[in-house]
Design a protein around this ligand. Sequence first.
Ligand SMILES: Nc1ncnc2c1ncn2[C@@H]1O[C@H](COP(=O)(O)OP(=O)(O)OP(=O)(O)O)[C@@H](O)[C@H]1O
Ligand SMILES: [Mg+2]
Length: 314
Amino acid sequence: MKKRQHDIFNCELIVISGKGGVGKTTIAAALGLLASAAAKQTIVCEVAGQSRVPTLIGHPTAGGPGTEECVAPDLWTTTIDPELALVEWASKLIRPRALLDLAVRSNSFSGFINAAPGGRELLTITKAAELSRDQRWNGDADGYELVILDAPASGHGLAMLKTPTTFSQIARVGPIANQAREVESLLADSQRCRIVLVSTLEETPVNETLELDAALAKQLGRGADLIIANGLITDNLSEQELAELAGAAIDAVAVAAIKLRHGRATIQQQQLERLRAGAQCPLITLPAITSHAVGPDELEQLAALLDAELTLLA
Ligand SMILES: Nc1ncnc2c1ncn2[C@@H]1O[C@H](COP(=O)(O)OP(=O)(O)OP(=O)(O)O)[C@@H](O)[C@H]1O
Ligand SMILES: [Mg+2]
């Protein structure tokens, strides 16, 4: 059955960032499952040589660098390779074809990528934007209705989102400036591009999330559109119930474990309040559903929980 489409999917590009290890890739994959279940042709993009999403979804192969692998109905995954993206982009501009081949063989593209600070990041975000264009660089392919970018962690993610502005100012005129300006206006537009920040409920990730949100507002002229507090643990025990535990005839190890979990849940609640107080956009929570790594079954479970939270937002 076709599922309801959430407002967050009503755009061209969703960029996901947040501190390292907070669940960005997991949530990118879960959002991919939900968007494709709403029959939206969706591609989840990984960067920096990562290709975890196909396995997470339960698909046996990831495809080669730069390829778009269909992993489920209406769902594709890819790993953006900046150098391949540059060759693909240049193939529109460099004629004849033999000259392009010569440039590839002489390693000119690697030279550009390694010499221009931010070149790699510019190509990554530009390629992500290109995947949603009706007019793809490779004229044979169709654009996706939704691109979900599992972006680099906080500082690197922000740097990547700033590169189109930097390059459009440096180049001013010509194809690089035009291309950079196109991506710059996509990223600045909250209707076309949604930024999702993922955080766990500890002091440092919460600090980093609030700082990143403020930096986005300052440097891109728009903040995040949604914050997802991931890995929430709840125990619903009152302080009185805990005090009573000490006197009860229960194994001391079990009591210690219950107290430890209660302590963590209490700290998380404090951090959640801090995150809520500082957030300038809607915030939803996702529970910690396993102590092991998330696999395809757990991902489905997380997607269902995410679906319910996004429904409440509407
Ligand atoms: N809600 C959750 N419940 C239980 N485990 C989770 C949850 N979300 C993520 N995880 C687990 O946390 C770990 C980190 O998740 P993930 O790889 O998605 O984070 P990341 O932000 O993409 O990390 P990196 O910055 O290294 O790319 C993984 O082992 C994942 O299975
Ligand atoms: Mg990741």
